[in-house]
Design a protein around this ligand. Structure first.
Ligand SMILES: Nc1ncnc2c1ncn2[C@@H]1O[C@H](COP(=O)(O)OP(=O)(O)OP(=O)(O)O)[C@@H](O)[C@H]1O
Ligand SMILES: [Mg+2]
Length: 262
């Protein structure tokens, strides 16, 4: 079943004018794009910096308004122009992990408050305190760490708190935009294992933007390759990484020394 569908989805941004009489120019971050993501699929999004990966995921989650086209999640139109409250149905189904665990956690709040926030903001029923403790354990932290503040955690622990927050309301869709680039190798392996466990146990649909091809290789069933605001290649991870059809994909993969090729 298709869970997320983009139809002719595009995004342009106004280019800053150099002088007042200059005509307003637009730059295209995303060319009209069609994309389908199946329920339970794990999609890796790769492509050079500025190719439109973050723009695409922001539009898919209704965090940004498209210049054209539309997004349909679970059969419903994502109207990013709507008032925040009317997108609660989408927030309930989605969790987001950003790149930087320092910037995404409010330093004045305790870990417990940070993780519980989406639970009360989205009117999730149940005992929020109990859920916070469960989810802390699930990401490999101690339940009593809920009372600590972000600065009392290491970088890797902070990123786990960000992940705990993203999964606390049991989303069907988890989106990570470079979710592991701030983590060292061992913590990366632990977080990777957690994502795989959540997929196995909860049938999570996963969209991960990453420059780390090793991560994509381990986590994603399918890969989409972006260049200049377009998806230039999409297929199974094995097909795209081992037998890329596009020269651009070959160049992108060749630029990454860690990839294993047969
Ligand atoms: N808010 C914005 N205002 C103006 N231009 C933007 C905005 N957001 C993105 N862009 C432009 O859109 C293009 C795509 O950016 P995007 O952030 O989606 O790339 P990306 O693939 O995520 O890159 P990276 O790998 O560096 O994160 C870039 O040219 C960028 O400068
Ligand atoms: Mg980006």
């Amino acid at each position: 079943m298709t869970l997320i569908r983009a139809e002719g989805l595009s995004r342009r941004f106004p280019v800053p004018k150099r002088h007042v009489f200059e005509k307003q120019h637009q730059s295209t971050a995303l060319e009209p794009t069609d994309l389908e993501i199946a329920e339970g699929e794990s999609l890796g999004l790769i492509g050079e910096s500025g190719s439109g990966k973050s723009t695409l995921v922001r539009l898919l989650l209704g965090l940004d308004r498209p210049s054209g086209g539309r997004v349909i999640v679970d059969g419903r139109d994502v109207d990013a122009a709507a008032r925040a409250r009317s997108l609660h149905w989408l927030r309930r189904q989605t969790g987001l992990v950003f790149q930087d665990p320092y910037a995404s956690l409010d330093p004045r709040m305790t870990a417990g408050q940070i993780i519980a926030e989406p639970l009360w903001a989205l009117d999730v029923p149940g005992d929020h305190g109990a859920r916070v403790r469960d989810v802390l354990v699930q990401v490999g932290l101690d339940a009593d760490m809920a009372d600590r503040h972000p600065h009392e955690f290491s970088g890797g622990q902070r990123q786990r708190i960000a992940i705990a927050r993203a999964i606390a309301h049991r989303p069907r869709i988890l989106v990570g935009d470079e979710p592991m680039s701030a983590l060292d190798v061992t913590v990366r392996a632990q977080v990777l294992a957690l994502f795989q466990q959540l997929r196995a146990e909860q049938g999570l649909t996963l969209i991960v933007v990453s420059h780390d091809i090793g991560l994509v290789q381990n986590l994603s069933d399918t890969v989409a390759v972006m260049k200049d605001g377009r998806i230039v290649e999409r297929g199974t991870t094995a097909a795209v990484l081992q037998h890329p059809r596009e020269d651009y994909t070959r160049q992108l993969l060749a630029a990454i020394p860690s990839i294993r090729r047969p």
